[in-house]
Ligand binder design. Structure first.
Ligand code: PLP
Length: 493
């Protein structure tokens, strides 16, 4: 299948390996398949397959430059029982008709592992396929979870270096510690003074800086991204939406022909776009519910057609969703409005921090998407409620989606089986989860992990068990203006 930039009106000519190698298109747009091609009648026997086979089947449709054998071997290496002891994407019944798709059983206890355990393998495959000899320097701006998951995925991969920037005051104690203690000889981690959008915008500027590119090239390096703007991140996320449909059929929760609604705690719009893509490929997904925290720019957009980032930025208990520019929304705009209109919207966003889609585009979006948001108080209350009523312990991000799902059901009386995407282990945000349950603050994020285990009798996931005793390696903090120099310096190391 051919790939093109969301902003390019001409014919698609880029292959999947090249799209993954480059990360971002040269005109600043994101790579996307020219159209979404489905399975014949959406009728694929995923139910009978294990997870690596599902990966092979679904990605085989999308990533034409890779053989089915390659895809299968990458998937087996990525999603095995050492890295995912609890299964790759298990679905759990929370209560009748309400399910949690748990995507956090991997090496960093959050859902970004689902993409980042396989993406480095796709990228290193892409280097061979495109004849690339230079070292790749992966540059990541992270709101917390991406950074650690990327570091774990890329550490010690030959031919690749990885540099991660995180906002100094925008990540949890545990997230910070996870990154500061990262092992591997090809990694660098730095704190940035500013919020996530500041760091992400600076990374985007570095990507489009021709001088930096020339400097790196002279030194045998080039930049690529592991952010969810890279298609190699997005494509593996499509698989678990197809997978959950297969599992629900296998467990007789739904019948062939039935639909499921999906509710996704959303930040950069990558995860939820993957749900849309799976639906358009023919999987039985009904409504896609976009759940936001108080940074509810997407709720307003999906309801009114006005995307306006000119608003207060809130630091919340679900920090991985504290985002005012949802980059992957551009892919949805491309699918619905085409490249010319998408370019105009993105120009407006750059110039005014705001754009308004046409009525017909808004109507199309609303055919598939609903949107709700959850404030801080309801996020905490919802954690307690599901623990008390269903013995289901959610993290703060999952809780935002649980509450959004409730709002949707109340407003619509639509009782279609509903899958809430659970994006992090409650232990990753133990301090706030413990507070939600008990009303008490433990003295540190680390103590909260043990306190939460004592309080609930649930198991601490393996990546968080000995976190306090690891050696801190990275403590440097820089301003946004110093990031470009830091990248150049790391290239020379
Ligand atoms: C990244 C993240 C999200 C948001 O996902 P997007 O793809 O950015 O929309 C939600 N929850 C957690 C725990 C995350 O790490």
């Amino acid at each position: 299948m051919n790939y093109k930039s969301t902003r390019y009106a001409g014919k698609a000519e880029t292959g999947s390996a090249e799209a993954i190698r480059k990360g971002l298109a040269s005109d600043g747009g994101l790579f996307v398949t020219e159209k979404i091609e489905g399975f014949i009648q959406g009728d694929v026997p995923l139910s009978d397959m294990d997870y690596p086979e599902r990966v092979k089947t679904v990605l085989g449709q999308i990533l034409g430059d890779y053989s089915l054998d390659e895809l299968y071997s990458y998937a087996e290496a990525a999603y095995n029982s050492n890295s995912f002891p609890g299964g790759a994407a298990p679905v759990r019944e929370v209560r009748n008709g309400l399910y949690a798709l748990e995507l956090w059983h991997g090496p960093t206890a959050a859902f970004k592992d689902m993409a980042l355990q396989i993406m480095p393998r796709l990228l290193s495959g892409a280097l061979g396929k495109t004849g690339e000899k230079r070292t790749v320097l992966i540059l990541v701006a992270t709101s917390g979870d991406t950074g650690k998951a990327a570091l774990e995925g890329f550490k010690d991969i030959p031919g690749i270096k990885i540099m991660v920037f995180y906002p100094e005051d925008g990540v949890s104690v545990v997230q910070k510690l996870q990154m500061q203690t990262q092992t591997g000889d090809n990694v660098k981690v730095m704190a940035v003074k500013g919020n996530f959008d500041d760091a992400q915008s600076a990374v985007k500027r570095i990507f489009s800086n021709a001088d930096t590119a020339a400097f790196l090239n002279e030194n045998g390096c080039f930049l690529s991204s592991a952010n969810s703007i890279n298609w190699g991140r997005l494509a593996p996320q499509i698989v678990y939406y197809c997978s959950v449909c297969g599992d629900l059929i296998k467990e007789n929760r739904i019948k062939t022909g039935d639909k499921v609604n999906i509710c996704v705690p959303t930040g950069n719009f990558g995860n939820i776009f993957a749900a849309y893509y799976a639906k358009k490929m023919g999987f039985p997904i009904g409504r896609i519910i976009c759940a936001s925290n108080s940074n509810n720019v997407l709720t307003d957009f999906i309801r009114t057609g006005v995307y306006d980032r000119n608003r207060d930025f809130h630091l919340t208990v679900s920090p991985s969703m504290d985002i005012l520019i949802s980059s992957n929304l551009e892919r949805l705009l491309y699918c619905i409005a085409g490249p010319e209109e998408t370019s105009r919207y993105m120009d407006d966003l750059k110039k005014y921090g705001k754009y308004t889609v046409s009525d017909s585009v808004l109507k199309e979006i609303q055919k598939d998407f609903s949107a709700y948001y959850t404030n801080e108080e309801d996020t905490l209350k919802t954690i307690k409620k599901y623990w008390n009523e269903c013995a289901y312990l959610c993290d703060t991000h999952t809780s935002v989606a649980m509450y959004a799902a409730e709002q949707y059901r109340m407003e619509t009386t639509d009782n279609t089986p509903l899958v809430v995407v659970s994006t992090a282990s409650p232990y990753k945000f133990a301090s706030d989860v413990y507070y939600a349950l008990t009303g008490k603050r433990s003295s540190s994020g680390l103590e909260a992990i043990d306190a939460l285990a004592d309080e609930t009798g649930t198991e601490i996931p393996y990546p968080l068990k000995d976190i306090g005793s690891r050696k801190i390696r990275f403590t440097q903090s820089i301003s946004v203006d110093e990031m470009d120099d830091a990248v150049r310096a790391f290239a020379l190391e």
